[in-house]
Design a protein around this ligand. Structure first.
Ligand code: 5GP
Length: 179
């Protein structure tokens, strides 16, 4: 699909995303106030959401990154999740919050949460900006959620189209109509 010949429809504006991120940061700060919080950001898709979210968290927070296999240039999950870059060491005494851009089939989050659970943390929860519940293949409900969205391929605010458009500050949908 050649994106230049497609129509972009803004799904979530910069203001909507920032407003919701602020609320999530406040809620997380309150609920983890007496805990040792470590945010685990899933690369690459969640790097922008994580950067904004952690700046809205007002308690001490450790930030780690993990890389899992992604959709690459396609729009469908391969169904097989590989951990390419792991969090080093164990997580004894920490409460883990896995942050991702979007939960689609749920396979990535389910796999990552189970994996981090083997590192002996006190708890493992997740926070995702976007959720497409219609696409779910495994039983998982985000503990903290920005927005529920329809079953459409979305781009921007960290989400890629091929290797590009992660830097667009809002979330948009690419339609099949010609301009
Ligand atoms: P899941 O394992 O839940 O099927 O997929 C999670 C990952 O797939 C996300 O972190 C994201 O990288 C990718 N993904 C799922 N849906 C979309 C989408 O609509 N747009 C983009 N750009 N990536 C998506």
């Amino acid at each position: 699909m050649d994106i230049e010949k497609k129509v972009w429809e803004v799904l979530l504006s910069e203001e909507e995303i920032q407003g919701r991120t602020k609320e999530l940061g406040k809620q997380i700060s309150e609920e983890y106030a007496d805990k040792k919080l470590v945010v685990v950001s899933l690369l690459k898709g969640s790097f922008i959401f994580t950067a904004d979210l952690v700046r809205r968290i007002s308690i001490p927070v450790k930030v780690e990154f993990m890389t899992t296999s992604s959709y690459g240039h396609g729009q469908e999950s391969s169904g097989k999740i590989n951990i390419i870059n792991d969090v080093k060491g164990d997580l004894t005494g920490y409460d883990v919050l896995v942050v991702d851009d979007i939960t689609d089939s749920g396979l990535t989050m389910k796999h990552v949460m189970a994996h981090l659970g083997t590192k002996n943390p006190n708890s493992v929860k997740c926070c995702v900006l976007l959720d497409k519940p219609e696409r779910r293949q495994v039983d998982i409900v985000p503990d903290y959620l920005g927005f529920t969205i329809p079953d459409k391929f979305v781009v921007g605010y960290g989400l890629n189209f091929g290797d590009y458009y992660r830097n667009v500050p809002y979330v948009f949908v690419v339609t099949d109509q010609d301009r």
